[in-house]
Ligand binder design. Sequence first.
Ligand code: UDP
Length: 235
Amino acid sequence: MKLLYEGKAKKIYQTQNPDEVICEYKDSLTAFNGEKKANEKGKGALNCEITTLIFEALQKEGIPTHLIKKIDETKQLVKKVDIIPIEVVVRNIAAGSLTKRLGLKEGEKLPFTIVEFYYKNDELNDPLINDEHALILNLVSSRDELNTLREYGRKVNKFLREFFDKIGLILVDFKIEFGKDKNGNIILADEITPDSCRLWDKKTGKKMDKDLFRFDLGDIKEAYEEILKRLKDIK
Ligand code: UDP
């Protein structure tokens, strides 16, 4: 298989079909723009299974995604898209960079859900941007496209908040990415995993996501396994 791209957590391979690629989930973990690194055996398989379950559920809700099917422990067959270099972050509760930027306390419930855009650019450290920045950088071709990203962000949040609530988890915030398929349609791509979400246990308040790794708070594998177990139980 010809490797087309290798990122921090995934590899993308070519297939015989020019409209499809294979996405492989790696065991590597990175935080703080790659400054902190580790390897956790089995993490790739856990994330592959978790993101597949979530994307299938979103697909059923009418949200178009790149997922075609999971093909083995760590790989998915997905539609080839041109990734829009914008990280769409949706927040329900203050945490992470929001607390640092605005001085809010971690855990403070926001009066309403907010959607933010970050420019996907490692050299610049993924800066927070507004609509006009996205347009002058040509990250999208119109304001309508930015509104589509925002609307999908809110839709995904509405569904996922209830979905995780059912399995005893609070969805604090998450990051999603979108791509354009061969017809120019905007579809959900990349992943939704505990690497890209903040999930807190409803009963204990315990963190069950990548913050465990970011701040050396505990075993991520145990937490990711627990999330997968709960997801499978409600299926
Ligand atoms: N996030 C991500 N990739 C990034 C930046 C953020 O998946 O490159 C996720 C992160 O896990 C959290 C949400 O987006 O669920 C908001 O992240 P934040 O802006 O607070 O940044 P952080 O402080 O986590 O770097």
